[in-house]
Ligand binder design. Structure first.
Ligand SMILES: [Zn+2]
Length: 552
């Protein structure tokens, strides 16, 4: 298979977008250089970088390359203490010797790790022991003041183990439309359930797994939670993490409730009501004990900055994770290096090329900060660490653009917007895409919660409007079939596998269109006094509102 040569495709693309914008407010040509983009991605995904695993020699090579390239582009160090980096120390938790059981109606119900239950923790310590902790069914485990919703009411769950449902009430009954119908809100994610329980001082959380609302099967739960868990090092971990994080299979929950004299399905229906109150499981307790091995690794975010000319304290962000999976099990060809060329050498390359274009143009009024995040593949931890310990204040971070696994197969008809409907960046994205003759395509499967699964999310959660938009839909340039075949093959055979490799045949015209969108909107924002906000009803609005005084 052979795609159009990159240079030819780029020339054709540039011509078409120039025509499409004539007469309108034509933005200055960006002059993104496809050859530079391709070369960055080639270098970063070379076998010598060993799949860019965190805490490996591949990390040191990546950090050095990014630092050199940001400097060559004309950016300044944007990290801690005038350096190019921010240290991210991660805890790695491995649970072993798990013993868990329910005591209900005088019976002991043993629970086997990986079968009826998975138990883990992200709280530093050597041993977890919960004995006869009372069990309380807390519905969806959600407190959402802006939606006038509180599953906990005045019930104190300190020291108790709460049993909660995955997703939110609208999943079963979208017409309620309390949580945006079928589009999952952050309240539906398992991460939220654990965080809210920690805020309330619960001793543990048991999430009842059900295939449809989780959007994945029990095997995904056991694969993800039976191995080591990572977390950033937290100053007050006990306030943010519960000692026991667990999931159980639905059948186990139904039986537990029955033995306690309760009807799981009836309670699940009650949980869809605003009036729901937590229900203690009469005479039922949970016991769990396991050993925890906690080790630390230090990895690095790379930050580069172009200070603004007149309002340097106000920041426009561009983000992309540099890390990938590293070296894994050899595939059928004996290749064990997960090169991560598309995921995410492409986005990492995009930031370097964006830096070059920003620095070459007129100095913006506000500052531009590029962050190459670490540890995305371990659970968005580089971005979580930055968002919890920002080098540049979040309250005066105007907006950000995240890039992850970009389109290398040519120009497409649409701009897919993950999390469409959340922020006022939507209208800017639509206008920029229209200049390219493209339409906006909202999230294809919003109920799966994609908005909560990449690096923009830890920032959004703390109120920073973040865009995550990448090309989608049919290809615009012939020949279409080999492009579709290449894109499909990536999803089936290359994504998170050793074959995610660089190719000289990539057509980067589509990636460049997506970068143009982020550049144009960034330029408008960087030379304005605008503060795009969250739309009414977005769960991220309240976090932003709390710092409004900083944006006068
Ligand atoms: Zn990625």
């Amino acid at each position: 298979m052979r795609l159009l040569s990159t240079a030819a495709a780029l020339a054709a693309g540039a011509l078409i977008s120039a025509c499409a914008t004539m007469g309108a407010e034509a933005p200055a040509p960006a002059d993104f250089d496809a050859a530079r983009l391709s070369e960055h991605a080639r270098v970063l995904s070379d076998d010598s970088f060993q799949g860019r695993g965190i805490g490996t020699p591949g990390e040191a090579m990546t950090v050095r390359y990014l630092t050199e390239q940001y400097a060559a582009a004309g950016f300044q160090p944007g990290g801690e203490n005038g350096s190019w980096t921010q240290d991210v120390t991660l805890n790695r938790f491995t649970a072993s010797n798990v013993r868990a059981s329910f005591e209900v109606g005088g019976d002991t119900v043993p629970l086997t790790q990986g079968q009826q239950i998975v138990v883990s923790t992200r709280l530093p310590g050597r041993h977890v022991m919960l004995t006869d902790a009372p069990l309380v069914f807390a519905g969806y485990g959600i407190t959402a003041p802006e939606r006038n919703w509180d599953d906990f009411k005045d019930v104190d769950v300190r020291g108790k183990v709460i049993v909660v449902l995955v997703n939110d009430a609208d999943f079963e009954e979208p017409e309620l439309n309390t949580f945006n119908g079928r589009a999952m809100t952050y309240y539906g994610r398992w991460t939220y359930k654990y965080e809210e329980a920690a805020r309330r001082g619960a001793a543990g959380v048991i999430i009842v797994h059900e295939n449809a609302p989780a959007s994945y099967g029990w095997a995904t739960v056991t694969n993800s939670w039976s191995g080591p868990q990572f977390d950033i090092v937290r100053q007050n971990a006990a306030a943010e993490r519960v000692p026991v994080e667990s999931w159980i299979q639905r059948d186990v929950a139904v039986e537990l409730f029955r033995k306690a004299g309760l009807d799981f399905d009836a309670l699940k229906t009650q949980a869809r009501s605003r009036d729901f109150r937590p229900v203690a499981l009469p005479g039922a307790t949970f016991s769990g004990m396991f050993d925890v091995a906690t080790t630390q690794i230090t990895t690095q975010n790379v930050l580069a900055r172009l200070p603004g000319a007149t309002r340097p304290d106000e920041t426009i962000l561009y983000t992309a994770h540099w890390d990938h999976i590293g070296v894994g099990e050899p595939d059928a060809n004996g290749d064990a290096i997960f090169n991560g060329a598309v995921d995410n050498a492409t986005g990492t390359a995009a930031l370097l090329e964006l830096a070059r274009i920003w620095a070459a143009g007129p100095r913006p009024e506000r500052s531009i900060v590029m962050i190459s995040f670490t540890a995305e593949e371990s659970g968005l931890l580089g971005s979580e660490y930055y968002a919890a310990n920002p080098v540049w204040p979040l309250e005066t971070t105007v907006a950000g653009f995240n890039m992850d696994a970009m389109n290398v197969y040519g120009r497409v008809e649409n701009l897919g917007v993950v999390g469409h409907g959340q922020s006022e960046l939507d209208e800017r994205l639509a206008a920029a895409a229209a200049r390219q003759g493209r339409n906006i395509e909202p999230d294809a499967n919003p109920a799966a919660g994609s908005y909560f699964r990449s690096d923009h999310f830890p920032l959004a959660k703390r109120g920073v409007p973040m865009a995550y938009a990448e090309g989608s839909g049919d290809f615009r340039d012939p020949p279409v079939e080999p492009r579709e075949a290449a894109r499909d093959e990536y999803g089936a055979k290359r994504y998170h596998q050793a074959d995610d490799e660089w190719s000289a045949d990539w057509d980067l015209a589509g990636q460049i269109e997506d970068m143009e969108v982020a550049l144009w909107i960034g330029r408008d924002l960087a030379n304005s006094r605008d503060w795009p906000g969250w739309k009414p009803g977005s769960e991220f609005g309240p976090a932003r509102a709390g710092s409004a005084a900083a944006r006068d």
